[in-house]
Design a protein around this ligand. Sequence first.
Ligand SMILES: [Zn+2]
Length: 278
Amino acid sequence: MIFKLFAKFGEFVIFSARSFQIEFLDCKLEGKYLKLPKMTAVRMKLHRPISEKWKLKSVTVSREPSGKYFASLLFCCENQTAEKRPAEKFIGIDFAMQGMCVFSTGKRAEYPMFYRNTEKKLAREQRKLSRCQKGSQNYKKQKKRVALCHEKIRNQRKDFQHKLSASLAESFDAVCVEDLNLKGMAGGLHLGKGVHDNGYGLFLSMLEYKLEERGKYLIKVDRYFASSKICSVCRNKKEELSLSDRIYYCECGNRMDRDVNAAVNIMNEGKRIFAECA
Ligand SMILES: [Zn+2]
């Protein structure tokens, strides 16, 4: 098993390249210090403790646009994949727009408002930048502020995704989601307004390894599976369902929030796939 560990450097180190890799033979770990060739050891801020059993494979140093340096340490260790266990507790997730996900349990998780405030700040700093004269000292300073804002948004989004995926992996045996491509084409999981990166894919990969570590399952449901049109109680399929219909009504008497209905369908489809593969 190979995994990565990140460490933050100080801002005083200067490299010319944006990112480069160093062979493990040239690097040394001394407690909380990392020694790279041609420089004195730098103190690291580790995001998880290093076990003595791990073997260092390589170090990649990269510079963020804000000027901060990070080292990503690649370790090799004994295969620790947990043994698969029976799946009893299933959950389905429907990813809605604007960073909201709806669970088959009826609960919702929303991207926190205080994170949104950083996005407002970014817009403000970007407006300021547009008023600066290009190439001037003020322009350079302002540009760094904008980069710092971007970095903060990225970190907050990751933080949110880590917490959400960890709590799901802890509470359930099998998590059923829609396959990446469907939402990928629709513009990804909108965890940040106007941030067009692959947020959904990143979230799924976090969820996947966290479940795997615990011997649990991530089940991907086919992208052509019409989760929002099917009644989760009687399986009847509606031909017409407009986006403005927030409540799903069915002739069988089922009356359910549209997104919860979709999440239940995703869970049921996941259970079906799981039973077939077992
Ligand atoms: Zn029905």
